[in-house]
Design a protein around this ligand. Structure first.
Ligand code: AMP
Length: 308
């Protein structure tokens, strides 16, 4: 298996200006692994309670996702409930019920320790650290987080950031974590903490990559079918790491391409509630949208005109 994703497996209750859904399949590990599965062999690690519907497992299996790291813990599955207003880039949490997540203590098998590409999806940073301790020299590690953990486990999050290659945060999160409204400055501060590169997700406005050696700005996609942003960040990350794993190429050019693949996957994810759009997604649609992203962001060099 080439991609290992650790995160939450959840039942989400979501309200957006376009409707309301109760207890649908969600979770950071689920959104990221479904997206990654379009590109590379993917396995997940996360806890589920004994109330987790078997049809959700069937869906994950249908995408060939390795489920041996899914741990059944007596109790209720992690639940998140939230809403979005017209600015759908901002999720408002109504309730987070950690449930079985609070008793999750992952142990990686021999094969999983050797995975080459690892994504630590949004999860308790103390658990992210436990995973990092068990890995056996992966080629690339990316990590995500959210305001919930920035507020409650700041120190553990600092430790995670020191140990990973790519940190993914959205604009609000990086501003909160680095205590500045200025995104490039916040990214610079985060790089100083030890991450090799930072990806700032800007929702429908694109994504920015900061590293010591390059900067890249992924374009926005004029998405008119926008129903539910839940899981957009995780779909982005899953596409990003899945494509890097598929190609095995960590050059700057391929990282740029992988960021666009991430943006493509996020743009599909938001078209319907939960994972519904991903259930219908076809490989040719990914390639077509990638071409659109390229077309939307191309422009020509100056023609040598003189200016006053
Ligand atoms: P995003 O990609 O940022 O929209 O992530 C959405 C997913 O994160 C949802 O499906 C939730 O189940 C999950 N989630 C919400 N809160 C947390 C949390 N505190 N820790 C881990 N996962 C969470």
């Amino acid at each position: 298996m080439s991609v290992l994703i650790v995160g939450t497996v959840a039942l989400d209750s979501v309200e957006t200006p376009f409707g309301k859904k109760e207890e649908i399949l969600g979770g950071s590990a689920v959104h990221a692994s479904i997206s990654s599965s379009f590109f590379a062999e993917t396995a997940i690690i996360g806890p589920v309670g004994n109330d987790f519907p078997s049809e959700h497992l069937d869906f994950l299996k249908s995408r060939n996702i390795g489920l041996s790291g899914l741990e059944n813990i007596a109790g209720k599955t992690f639940r998140w409930s939230g809403f979005y207003e017209f600015d759908m880039n901002q999720a408002h949490t109504r309730d987070t019920q950690l449930n079985v997540l609070s008793r999750f203590n992952p142990k990686l098998g021999e094969e999983m320790r050797k995975t080459r590409f690892v994504f630590l999806a949004n999860l308790d940073p103390e658990i992210q650290l436990k995973i990092l301790d068990q890995l056996d020299g992966p080629k690339l590690i990316a990590a995500d987080t959210m305001d919930f953990w920035i507020k409650s486990k700041r120190d553990a999050l600092h430790e995670v950031i020191k140990k990973v290659d790519f940190v993914l945060m959205n604009e609000g999160e990086i501003r909160m974590f680095m205590e500045t409204p200025n995104i490039p400055l916040a990214a610079r501060r985060l790089l100083k903490l030890g991450a090799k590169a930072v990806i700032v997700k800007q929702g429908e406005h694109g994504a920015l990559v900061f590293s010591d050696s390059y900067h890249f700005s992924a374009p926005s996609y004029p998405q008119e079918m926008f129903k539910d942003p839940t899981g957009a960040g995780d779909s982005f990350a899953g596409g990003f790491i899945g494509y890097l794993a598929k190609t095995g190429d960590l050059s700057e050019g391929n990282i740029r391409r992988s960021v666009i693949i991430g943006s493509v996957m996020a743009s599909f994810n938001i078209e319907d509630f939960g994972l519904d759009r991903m259930r219908r997604l076809k490989a040719h649609e990914i390639a077509e949208r990638f071409s659109e992203f390229k077309r939307f962001s191309e422009f020509e060099s100056l023609g040598g005109e003189k200016y006053a």
